[in-house]
Design a protein around this ligand. Structure first.
Ligand SMILES: Cc1cc2nc3c(=O)[nH]c(=O)nc-3n(C[C@H](O)[C@H](O)[C@H](O)COP(=O)(O)OP(=O)(O)OC[C@H]3O[C@@H](n4cnc5c(N)ncnc54)[C@H](O)[C@@H]3O)c2cc1C
Length: 402
């Protein structure tokens, strides 16, 4: 293998592979790309453990636009990601929509304010009162609901590993090198990073280093003498079977149910013949990077009571699978950090997605490639989610965090 690359990407899951793809696919790029991945099974990568959903229902226009690009990209993925003339993965994009429910005046106000932003961006989202909600989804108990917000198109769920593997296969076809190894050191000379040291002992010079190491982002940054406020936060997902499934009962969207977010924060969506569910834990400390023990109690204590209260169809349900993954949690403001370090400008962060990184992969990959090639963003200005706000302690405002 060569001992020098123009761009070295630390981490080869969805973000690292999206960056590798957008760089190598750009006709203005004639450099070399190395992606270093410590675990090519991706067994514990956030990408593999994700609930794999995409929504345009954010409160900040940047997040809405990032997902609008993501949604269109996911729809066309098989064509864009052709390898050797064969179609790329079909991501099986189910546009079931997100359904946010509000039962307090404060929640209702937030949904109305968010809706105004979403509509201004051209997102296909409607607000419904309880009667319209009950007509659309007759299985729901809407007695306490003041307002619902429903994405009619451009939102839903898709194949997570398909997205990652499609990017990876195409990037490799276009010349990116992938190796299995672990970055254990980063060399720096003043205001520039100059290369990496691998666990195998090899040293590789780098023109630019991209931090795409997910929940381990802070460990990677630290190797370059830098900080990033990202830590692993555990999220447990439960798949359940439903004795009397309400799927098919909707009077909209060909009977399909959406990804519903109950006012309690509990969410569920169809997953094949089952349902996938989760909740935001009340107690949410940083966990060890290798701690993937599910929080079993969340189903009985939190998820089942909320869902059974919302729909009689969810009274008789049975867990058939569960797993825990790590959010790459940005402790400043729970949003992505995409951009160079202001003092070490050839070290680029693509971190802190906090539960949105899969859907934000396409826009992030494109943005980082533009930064490397042109020194600034072109298609969509992501400067507001750059690293400067971290230095200044100035949170990026997003109210619709799940
Ligand atoms: C339970 C759960 C549900 C989620 N639901 C959604 C959702 O519905 N929609 C959504 O958009 N997002 C969701 N997310 C978030 C999303 O999955 C992540 O934000 C996204 O996958 C982050 O991708 P990544 O490539 O940055 O990180 P990862 O997928 O974690 O990949 C990082 C990679 O870097 C490698 N690595 C780390 N350090 C090194 C090193 N030193 N050397 C070499 N390799 C290294 C790791 O092995 C890993 O493969 C969810 C996450 C979880 C955990």
């Amino acid at each position: 293998m060569k001992d020098s690359f123009d761009v070295v990407i630390v981490g080869g899951a969805v973000i690292g592979s999206a960056v590798a793809y957008f760089l190598t696919a750009n006709p203005d790029f004639d450099g070399s790309v190395l992606v270093v991945e410590r675990d090519p099974t991706y067994a514990k990568a956030s990408t593999s453990l994700s609930s794999s959903s995409i929504r345009t229902q954010f409160s900040n226009p940047i997040n809405v636009r990032i997902s609008q690009f993501g949604s269109a990209f996911i729809r066309d993925f098989a064509t864009t990601m052709q390898v050797a003339g064969e179609p790329g993965p079909d991501l099986n994009f189910h546009q079931g929509g997100y359904l946010f429910l509000a039962n307090t005046a404060a929640q209702e106000r937030t949904l109305r304010e968010n809706h105004a932003v979403q509509k201004a961006c051209g997102a296909d989202v409607v607000l419904w009162g309880p009667d319209e909600l009950a007509r659309a989804f007759p299985h729901l108990d809407v007695a306490d609901i003041r307002l619902a917000s429903y994405g009619q198109s451009g939102e839903g769920w898709f194949s997570n590993t398909g997205l990652m593997n499609g990017f990876k296969a195409k990037a490799r076809e276009l010349g990116a090198d992938y190796i299995t190894d672990e970055v254990v050191g980063i060399t720096r000379s003043g205001d520039r990073v100059t290369g990496i040291t691998l666990k195998s002992g090899a040293k590789i010079a780098a023109g630019t280093i991209v931090n795409a190491s997910g929940p381990r982002a802070a460990l990677t940054a630290r190797m370059a003498g830098l900080d990033v406020p990202v830590e692993p936060r555990k999220r447990t997902l439960f798949v359940f079977d439903c004795a009397h499934t309400p799927e098919g009962s909707a009077t909209v969207n060909n009977g399909r149910l959406p990804l519903m977010i109950d006012p309690t924060g509990v969410f569920c969506r169809p997953e094949g013949r089952y349902f996938l569910s989760g909740c935001a834990p009340a107690d949410d400390p940083a966990v060890d990077w290798d701690d993937f023990e599910p929080r079993w109690e969340e189903f009985e204590n939190c998820i089942w009571p909320a869902l059974a209260g919302r729909s009689p169809a969810f009274e008789a349900i049975k867990v058939v699978n569960q797993w825990a993954g790590h959010y790459d949690f940005n402790t400043l403001d729970h949003n992505l950090i995409v951009g160079p370090h202001p003092e070490v400008r050839n070290f680029i962060f693509a971190n802190g997605f906090s539960g949105h990184g899969l859907q934000q992969g396409p826009a992030t990959g494109r943005g980082v490639a533009e930064l490397i090639l042109y020194g600034g963003f072109r298609a969509l200005d992501l400067s507001e989610v750059g690293y400067e706000r971290i230095v200044e302690g100035r949170p990026f405002l997003e109210k619709a965090v799940i």
